[in-house]
Design a protein around this ligand. Structure first.
Ligand SMILES: [Zn+2]
Length: 369
């Protein structure tokens, strides 16, 4: 019986009886607490003392130096099953509540992909994650709602032809009025050619509406790309979604949230935008640390985490938006710009470098007043 966990966007497998010695003491204690409580609520025919003793035996081996498991929660169910003496030939995934309910886990898709790579044919998963898990072909899924279910072998889910992925809100360029439509066409052409785009226009000209529709300018994702997109969402604990991703982090978003530096290590915005669009509205408002760091992950299509020896994908098209000047109306017919030339120059100077590094195509979004 295998357990599994995710780090970054990579799934890993671990033997169920190795988990508690491959995680920190604190995480091992928390895991043991959940597992003990869940086992006490389930009908496993074990006395309290016996449960504690068996958990202690698993945890008392020498702490391993093999890759530490930072988030062992997906391994709860496998540990509890092994203590109860239940067997399952394959991978077992599920976090346990104190009452013994099986909760969803982060990273089902990457963990199953790793299981498949290692030749595992069956997986017992939280019932609620069947749709997400069935994206990975070639593994027979069994589902469970609680620990009792799991100990009794789980339920075979009903067969579905294709995972019913939640559709994205329907957007179409035809909804755009002229002249925004003209700007969309120009931007779409650049995006289709693999370029990054800077939309420049006054407030209310429809820059965000144009950007939201630009995922349609990219080809329909291939099956391989769909798996990559689903892997990233799953690793972030998000449900699968059809189509290419559109991510729009606010300019106040932290550096860590954008560049995958959180703890535990999980996908940030550049990775969540993988194979889709990273929209940066009000580009000059982003901190210079973010602007200066953008081009490496975007141009290389990958972010590196040297200390953990890990990488995450970040192949995204950047769509940035800004106004022609701080007040928004420089050069706009029928409007008066109140900015000094010095302010306008400073506004553009903030973004000059990143525009050059990403070789962005500038598209002016005109508007009628
Ligand atoms: Zn102005």
């Amino acid at each position: 019986m295998w357990a599994g966990f995710v780090e970054g966007t990579q799934g890993y497998l671990v033997q169920h009886d190795d988990v508690l010695v491959r995680t920190s003491e604190r995480a091992a204690k928390e895991t043991a607490y959940r597992v003990r409580s869940a086992l006490e609520c389930a009908e496993v025919g074990l006395e309290r003392g016996e449960i504690s003793e068996r958990i202690l035996r698993l945890a008392s081996e020498e702490r391993s130096t093999v890759r530490m498991i930072h988030s062992p929660a997906p391994c709860d169910l496998a540990i509890a099953m092994s203590i109860s003496g239940a067997k399952f030939d394959g991978l077992v995934l599920g976090e346990l509540s104190l009452q013994g309910h099986v909760r969803s886990v982060r990273g089902v898709v990457p963990i199953l992909l790793e299981a498949k790579r290692q030749g595992i044919k069956r997986a017992l998963i939280p019932a609620y994650q069947f749709d997400e898990a069935s994206i990975v072909p070639g593994i027979k899924l069994v589902q469970c709602f609680n620990l009792d279910d799991a100990i009794n072998g789980g339920h075979s889910p009903e067969l579905t032809t294709f995972p019913p992925i939640a559709p994205q809100i329907h957007l179409h360029p035809d909804d755009l009025d002229e002249p925004a439509r003209g700007a969309y066409d120009q931007a779409a052409e650049a995006v289709a050619a693999g370029r990054h785009v800077l939309l420049v226009g006054p407030p209310g000209s429809g820059k965000t509406m144009i950007a939201r529709r630009l995922t349609l300018a990219l080809d329909v994702p291939t099956v391989e790309e769909q798996l990559e997109i689903a892997t990233v969402r799953s690793a972030a604990g998000l449900e699968p979604r059809a189509g290419r991703p559109f991510r729009a982090p606010h300019h106040t978003a932290s550096y860590a949230a954008i560049f995958n530096r959180g703890r535990p290590l999980r996908p940030g915005e550049v990775t969540l935008a993988h194979r889709g669009i990273l929209f940066l509205d009000e580009l000059p408002e982003f901190p210079s640390t973010v602007l200066d760091s953008l081009w490496i992950p975007i141009s290389e299509g990958v972010t590196w985490h040297a200390t953990r020896g890990m990488r995450m994908p970040s192949k995204a098209t950047v769509i940035a938006a800004m106004m022609p000047c701080p007040c928004g109306y420089d050069g706009i017919e029928g409007k008066v710009c109140r900015c000094t030339q010095r302010r306008i120059d400073a506004y553009w100077k903030r973004v000059q470098k990143v525009i050059g590094q990403l070789d962005m195509v500038e598209v002016r979004v005109p508007t009628r007043y």
